[in-house]
Design a protein around this ligand. Structure first.
Ligand code: PMT
Length: 306
């Protein structure tokens, strides 16, 4: 009987339909209900079997609505492209914030303090996550890269702008990957006018920028937090310190003084450090391949946590 919005829509659609029948056990086991369910199944409807247990009416048996997470899992499987492995399919629908590129801290209206980040590492991660079906928000400093397909991009310049955007998206996100090179300092009082050249020395007073990742670490609820550490010496010691201080689950350490690693290269050489003290080392490879590895490791990290 199609006499309401929901059932008329179901009758009219050519999309796959998934049903999750839930009712009193006697009702569910009723021969006519079972016959109708079988009719729907043979017409191609996908039926999620109800759970067994205590019903709201007090009786026990089959008929309980499965946990929402179990229904979402079935939906995930339904919408996963064929040939996707379990660790790829897990990303379908996950909200991931990726930060990429370097920030620019203004000195005056025409000059800024910047760094050598091209955004390649962060964009590769955003692209790989979107391909796995994640809902990706890419918070990007200025780069010359095109926005990857299926990714929502938010362009920022300064660390403060990046902080505001990331904090807005954070409460509804499941994973944050901070590949951006955020300036640790900014000019205390940027000039409103272009600074004129003179014979005198010019001194800029710098003040500390907020540490976005540390703030996320202190606000962390259920999110998986992944940081990067760009170092030129004592890679593991500095990365470990950041992992702990910022309350991260994983940190990707790269020694940016090595050829083929770090800033503005197509490849990177990384070590991954985990909260439980484990460390993994990877040979030089493309940022695209590393992005896939990083996502696989996030999946494993989640499996261990929950
Ligand atoms: O963009 P590419 O050219 O591809 O280069 C890639 C990369 C070298 C930029 C990338 O691999 C990398 O290492 N990114 C992190 C660079 C960095 O700023 O590292 P850090 O050790 O200073 O910061 C540690 C972590 O805290 C980072 O995740 C950073 O995003 C975050 N942070 C740092 C300072 C700050 N004020 N707020 C932050 O959130």
């Amino acid at each position: 009987i199609a006499d309401n919005m929901l059932t008329t829509t179901i009758m009219a659609t050519k999309a796959p339909v998934m049903l999750s029948p839930a009712m009193n056990s006697n009702m569910y086991e009723n021969e006519l209900v079972q016959k109708n369910i079988n009719t729907l199944k043979s017409a191609g409807y996908i039926v999620i079997e109800p759970d067994n247990g205590l019903m709201a009416c007090g009786s026990k048996g089959p008929g309980r609505l499965p946990e929402p997470a179990a229904i979402v899992q079935k939906l995930t499987e339904l919408f996963s492209p064929p040939n996707m492995s379990e660790k790829e399919a897990w990303f379908v629908g996950q909200k991931i914030i990726v930060t990429a590129g370097g920030t620019r801290e203004p000195i005056d209206p025409v000059r800024y303090i910047g760094n050598r980040s091209s955004g390649k590492m962060g964009y590769a991660i955003a692209r790989a996550a979107a391909k796995r079906g994640a809902q990706v928000v890419l918070v990007s400093g200025p780069t010359s890269l095109p926005c990857p397909e299926g990714v929502a991009i938010k362009q920022v310049e300064s660390a403060e702008e990046m902080r505001r955007l990331v904090l807005t998206e954070y409460p509804t996100s499941n994973i944050v990957i901070k590949a951006a090179a955020v300036a640790d300092y900014r000019v205390k009082e940027p000039s409103k006018q272009k600074i004129k050249k003179s014979d005198a020395q010019l001194t800029l007073v710098l003040e500390k920028n907020p540490d976005i990742l540390r703030e996320l670490g202190s606000l962390k609820a259920k999110q998986i937090l992944v940081g990067f550490a760009a170092e030129t010496e004592e890679l593991l010691a500095h990365a470990t310190e950041k992992l702990i201080k910022k309350n991260l689950d994983m940190i990707i350490a790269n020694d940016v003084s090595l050829p083929g690693a770090g800033f503005n290269t197509d490849t990177n050489i990384i070590k991954i450090l985990y909260r439980d003290g484990r460390q993994e080392e990877f040979a030089k490879m493309s940022k695209e391949d590393l992005a896939e590895i990083i996502l696989d490791k996030i999946y494993s990290c989640y499996q261990k946590m929950y």
